[in-house]
Write a protein that binds this ligand. Sequence first.
Ligand SMILES: [Zn+2]
Length: 344
Amino acid sequence: MRVPVIVVSLLTIAACDRGAPSSSSSTTGAQASADPAPVASAAPPASASSAPAEAPDASAAPAAADTADAAASAAAADAGPPAADAGPPAADDSRLSVEGRAVQGGLLRAKLNGKLRRMAFPGHRVTVSDEGEFLIAFSRNAPAQEKLTITFDDGQVLEKLFDVEPRKFEVDKVDHLPENMVKLDMATRVKLTQAEKKLDAVRNKYTKRNCYKNGFIWPSKGPITSRYGQPRLLNGTDGGIHWGVDIAVPVGTPVRAPACGKVVLVEKDLPLSGHTMIIDHGQGLTSTFIHLHGFAAKVNDEVKQGQVIGTVGMTGRTNGPHLDWRMNLFETRVDPELLISAAK
Ligand SMILES: [Zn+2]
């Protein structure tokens, strides 16, 4: 396949997955005409997503400003919804290829055929690689439709409407937790907020490696006791959303890297999470492992797929030994299980 070299270094559209549907000022008209009903049902954004608001995002800031400038200067050209027939020329659909399933919690791989001028994808942070490739994540609360608008350097515009499959997330009841792990005292809350800020900062970095290309394997194999996106009842009270997939295996079971990457965080005894490790797979994609017992890799280690990086434990808030594996595209939580099944 012939692929033109894309010189656009990093086109970054900064946004968080929280409040996605409501923040799309530039495409409000288009969205409204698309399908009002599901937008309303998807409106409650993931305020429970636990991410503090000001995720440090140094790398994104200047790029986002560029994007804003570009959008402003080009506003006259294509600001309006595609109603006018004097609009920009439409690009052929073949200029964008997409792999994967558009589903809540899902991750898609996309590739452009042609040089990018700019991209609009409300509610998403998209970073296009030098090769024109990028990842798209649909959050747990993604609305029924989301629109990606790509403007190529030759002025052609491609609009891609994703119909996002909705999912049902069953309530997960967890009992027999120590009460002080359900009702957190002030000191613990403060520590928790600090820890979350640190984790968010790590997850929001963009690096060029593209370990996702070789697919993902289970970090440990065993019965799955809780899944992505489930609302939790902890000792009978609201416990927010469970973002990981829980694999029940004994303490000391090896944890393997699900894909290659670089260890970017190793922390002991974080509130709730316990011993925690984050691996950066590149392009904004990270794996987080919590409740670990021990670590077999340290920060800055490059790890291969299948390499043992630690052992399963029961540190932090848990009522039994298990591995909790979470994945993010920047700050959007994605479902690790979908990535495994996509690979097979
Ligand atoms: Zn868990």
